[in-house]
Structure formats: C-alpha cells, structure tokens
Design a protein around this ligand. Sequence first.
Ligand SMILES: NC(=O)C1=CN([C@@H]2O[C@H](COP(=O)(O)OP(=O)(O)OC[C@H]3O[C@@H](n4cnc5c(N)ncnc54)[C@H](OP(=O)(O)O)[C@@H]3O)[C@@H](O)[C@H]2O)C=CC1
Ligand SMILES: O=C1OC[C@@H](O)[C@H](O)[C@H]1O
Length: 385
Amino acid sequence: MVYNARWGILATGGIAKTFVKDLLRDPKARDTNDVTHSVTAVASSSSKTRAEEFISDINIPGNPTTYGSYDELVADPNIDIIYIATPHSHHYQNARLALESGKNVLCEKSFTVNAAQTKILVELAKQKKLFLMEAVWTRYFPLSVQVRELIQKGEIGEVLRVTADNSIGQGGWDQSHRMLNLDLAGGALLDLGIYSLTWAFQTLYHTLPLSQRKPPSSILSTMVKTASTGADEDTTMLITFPTTTPSNNLQRTSHAVAMTAFPVDSNPDKQNSARPAIRIQGTKGEIQVDGPAYRPERYRVISKTREGEPVKAVREVENVFPSNGHGMYWEADEAARCVRDGKLESEGMTWEESVVIMEVMDEVRRQHDLVYPEKIESTDYPIKL
Ligand SMILES: NC(=O)C1=CN([C@@H]2O[C@H](COP(=O)(O)OP(=O)(O)OC[C@H]3O[C@@H](n4cnc5c(N)ncnc54)[C@H](OP(=O)(O)O)[C@@H]3O)[C@@H](O)[C@H]2O)C=CC1
Ligand SMILES: O=C1OC[C@@H](O)[C@H](O)[C@H]1O
C-alpha cells in the first residue's frame, strides 16, 4: 500500500516554493515507491491572494485550499503534516500553533531561536503524540547516509577531527532582510552555521549508538557582528566531544571546527564545486565532502598510505539529484514515512540531537552576548510577533 501524505504549507516565501516543487516531483524517479505527496492547503499570513498566487506560480495540482492566515490552516482536517517555512523568529509560535491544533509538523531550520523553545515543542509533541521534526534536509541525502555508514563501518578508522565550513561570500542585504534582521533572528549562525554543526554532529555524534552520544564537553568560539544590525556575520566554533570509545586505552577526544560566514566563501571562484567544505579525518584516512555544506554534491574517501605502501585509489561518489530536484524530497519522504508509521520523531534528526545543537548555539551566543529581542527569545505562547 502506498501512503500519500497530505501537506499543508505554512508561509509562501523562497524555501516554501523550493520545497513544494520537490514535493511535486515523481517519487519513483528517486526509487521511492512507498510514499507519495500532495499539497492540500497553502496559507499565507499576508493574504489569501498570496496563497493563490503561490499555487498558480508552481502549478500545484488538486486545487488546494487557500488561507489568508495560519490559524485557518492548522484547523484544516485534510492535512496530515504541516511544513513551516517562516523565518527562525517565528518557528516556535508557528510550530506551537500547529501542534496545539493536533497537527504533525516539519519545521524549517533552525528549529527555534533557543533550546528552551525547542524543549517545549518536543514536550508538546510527546504529550499530544504528534510527529515533529526539524527540517535539516541535508541529513536525508543519500550522500549523508552513506558517509555516516562509512564512519560506522570504520572505513577511515577512529574519527578524531572534522572541519566543516558553510560560508557563502554574500552580503549587501538591507537591514530588514531576514539574513540580518534580529527581529527575525537573522545572522549566519542560525541560518548557515546550523549546517556546519550538522556535519560536526552527524559525523562525531550521530554515528554513535544512542546510549553513547554525549553533548560536547567544551565549546569555544569567535564571532564578528555586522555593524548595521548586530547580527553575527562570521562565527567559528571549536567543539570538543568527550571520548566514548577509547582505542588502545587512549582517552582521546574528538573535535570539530564548525565555521560559517557571510563575507568569505567556502567556494570562492564558483568555477569548481570540487572544493571540500567538510573534512572528516580518521586514523585510517579521510572523507572529504564537496560543498555547499547544505547541498553537498559528492564525497571522496582517501585511505591513509603508510611509507612504502602502494597508494590506494581515491573513491569518489556523486550525490545524484533525481528529476533535477533540489534534494528536499528525501526529508519529505522521511517525514511521510514517520507519520504513516506513527513515529513521533525521525531517527535521522532526533529531538534530543536538535536540542543539543540548539544548546551549542545558545552557548556560542552567550559567549558573544548575542541576544534576539525578548519577544523572539520568549517561550510564552501565544505572542503576536
Ligand atoms: N532548507 C533550506 O535549504 C533553506 C531553509 N531556509 C529556512 O526557511 C525559513 C524561511 O526562509 P526563506 O523562505 O528564505 O524566507 P522568505 O523571507 O523568503 O520567506 C519567509 C516567509 O515567511 C512568512 N512570514 C511570516 N511572518 C513574517 C515576517 N514577519 N517577516 C518575513 N516573513 C514572514 C512569509 O510568508 P507569508 O507572507 O506567506 O506568510 C514569508 O514569505 C528560514 O527558517 C530559513 O532558515 C531558507 C532557505 C533555504
Ligand atoms: O538553509 C539555507 O540553505 C541555503 C542558504 O542559501 C540559505 O540562506 C539557508 O537558509
């Protein structure tokens, strides 16, 4: 039996459009034969007309219902799961609205503005027996799954160090733009740094059995804020994970350097996407992942060669994007399967891991006194933002 997930789309901005286009691509093209997707409703906080335009722009079939408010959307009985695509500042209020109304939720990254908000959403989902997932789409790429499996199989030995960079070399946004606007929880850390942290965590944390996953023992960071709004524009984190599997009785820790920036670029000339944005370094070799970190295109496995040994061939694997998609359909398939199976959370991005990553970002912000407006940081509900 094929399960069809009926989606409600909350907000009609840039990523909502990209996500819905991927939802509409033929699942069979990516060998997904057990779930399909349909969009049954779209809501815009701007107007019902905006929702109608969104539908006609993308040519969404099936005549979805349109709403001029999110309140109406969450009351629609013909929705299995709501995709939240508002700015970071609004995720807590929007996700809470959906959960309080009994709806399953896939919410864009960063999940919320702080860990306290994420914890409340998780408790609510648990209490109401609803599915809730932070939409960290990169984790569901076949490439990410393969890299995690290679690490777990010991292909590069004990992984001791990861460097992950998600820097875009862009700027010049207006102060009100969501990338810079503190009222929308803008800045590099929450928007882009989350992907560098994703790589640190999915390699050094997620690859361990659940019982062995331990939050970082130390977090050091540096941050540069933009003069215009005070949002962070260049943030680097050094994250140390406690040892869980001592090798040869050596109490070694692993660590990650997670970087993100607006003014510098992980791939400056854009001519060659074969720049490793991520390096995963182990005792027996290294896996390099070519950026951008949020939409990686390939990885290569380089085995360590000892003096006198023949050099082993470098294995390079492309991440293929079936039906010329963006790659958001893999997370959508995962969400649909979880809802179908009555799972409340996804194994690829557990609630616990989302909370730990939010706690890392809280700590980095604390170290640099980066605070968003009180309304945005608040756990009160409902608040009109
Ligand atoms: N996974 C990925 O690759 C990407 C994820 N993102 C994430 O998606 C989210 C949205 O980003 P993006 O689509 O680029 O943002 P946009 O600014 O393009 O869209 C945001 C939408 O949110 C709604 N919204 C509600 N309240 C506000 C408000 N006060 N100010 C602005 N918008 C508001 C609007 O829709 P409406 O008027 O219809 O209600 C708006 O169109 C962010 O969390 C971001 O981190 C972004 C880009 C890529
Ligand atoms: O999630 C994202 O990935 C792609 C970036 O361009 C975007 O700013 C960010 O929100």
